[in-house]
Design a binder for this molecule. Structure first.
Ligand code: ZN
Length: 257
C-alpha cells in the first residue's frame, strides 16, 4: 500500500471498508446483538436487573421448560415479547437497508429475533434464530402474529391455540433447540458465495452461526468486522472497526463514492 498522509476525516479502516464494498460483486452482512443495543435491547448476556436478575435466560428460555412448565416459560417470555415488540430500528439497521437498496449488499443474516432489520427496510433477511413476528400452535400449526398472542393466554398464563387449545410456541429458536435447517441453508449459501462478509455487532462466538465467516474465507472471500470487543476472527479480518456500530456504519456510508 502507498504511504498515507494523516488528515481529518474518515479513518483508513473506514475508507478501506468502503472500497471493499464497492469492489465486491457479492457482499453479505452477518449481525448479532450489538446491532440492536442502540435500539434499547440489551444483549441477553448483559446481567439483568429487577425481576429476572437471578434467572439465567439459558435455563428458562429453554425448550424443556416450554414443554414441562409452560407457565414458567411464559412468565419470562411474555414480558420479553412485550418489551421487544415496542422497539424501533436504529441508524445501523437503516444503514444496512440503505446498502441493500443501493445494490451493495445481497442480504443480512442475523442472530437477532427482534425483526428490526425488516422494520428498518431490509428485504433479504435470514433470521437464523427465528423471530418474535409470529408464534405457532405446536398441535395444529395455526400461526399467530405478535399482536395476537396476548389474547391467547389462559388463567395460568400459558398461551393456548384459539382453534384447538394446543400449546402455542414463539417461532424463535429456544435454547436446547436446533436452528432451522432451511434458514441455515440460506445463510451458508450467502456466506459461501460472498466476496465480502461484514460482521456487525456479533462476538462470533455462538455456533453454528460463528462458522459462517469461515465459509467465506475458505472460498477466498474477505472479512470485515464492525464490533466492539474481540472476536475469534479478528486475525483473519481485512478491516476491524471497534467503535459504536451506528457511528462506524455512518462513516462507511459517507465514505462511499
Ligand atoms: Zn392449534
Amino acid at each position: 500500500m502507498s504511504s498515507q498522509t494523516r488528515h481529518i476525516g474518515p479513518s483508513a479502516e473506514v475508507l478501506r471498508l468502503a472500497e471493499l464494498i464497492q469492489a465486491s460483486e457479492s457482499t453479505v452482512v452477518l449481525t448479532g446483538a450489538g446491532v440492536s443495543v442502540p435500539s434499547g435491547i440489551p444483549d441477553f448476556r448483559t446481567p439483568e436487573t429487577g425481576l429476572w436478575a437471578n434467572v439465567d435466560p439459558m435455563e428458562v428460555a429453554h425448550i424443556d421448560v416450554f414443554e414441562r412448565d409452560p407457565a414458567r416459560f411464559w412468565s419470562y417470555y411474555r414480558p420479553r415479547f412485550q418489551s421487544l415488540g415496542d422497539k424501533r430500528p436504529n441508524a445501523a439497521h437503516e444503514a444496512l437497508a440503505d446498502l441493500e437498496r443501493r445494490g451493495l449488499i445481497e442480504g443480512v443474516i442475523t442472530q437477532n429475533i427482534d425483526r428490526l432489520h425488516r422494520a428498518g427496510g431490509s428485504r433479504n433477511v435470514v433470521e437464523v434464530h427465528g423471530s418474535i413476528e409470529t408464534s405457532s400452535c405446536t398441535r395444529c400449526g395455526a400461526v399467530f402474529e405478535l399482536d395476537q398472542v396476548d389474547a391467547l393466554f389462559d388463567g395460568d398464563g400459558v398461551a393456548v391455540c384459539s382453534s384447538c387449545g394446543g400449546p402455542v410456541k414463539p417461532d424463535v429458536v429456544l435454547f436446547g433447540e436446533l436452528l432451522s435447517e432451511s434458514a441455515m441453508v440460506r445463510a451458508r449459501s450467502l456466506a459461501e458465495r460472498a466476496e465480502l462478509m461484514i460482521c456487525v455487532g456479533s462476538s462470533l462466538a455462538v455456533y453454528p452461526v460463528a462458522g459462517l465467516p469461515q465459509l467465506t474465507l475458505e472460498r477466498g472471500g474477505r472479512l470485515a468486522i464492525v464490533t466492539k470487543g474481540v472476536t475469534p476472527y479478528d486475525g483473519d479480518a481485512e478491516v476491524l472497526l471497534d467503535g459504536e456500530v451506528v457511528d462506524e456504519l455512518a462513516a462507511v456510508l459517507a465514505a462511499l463514492t
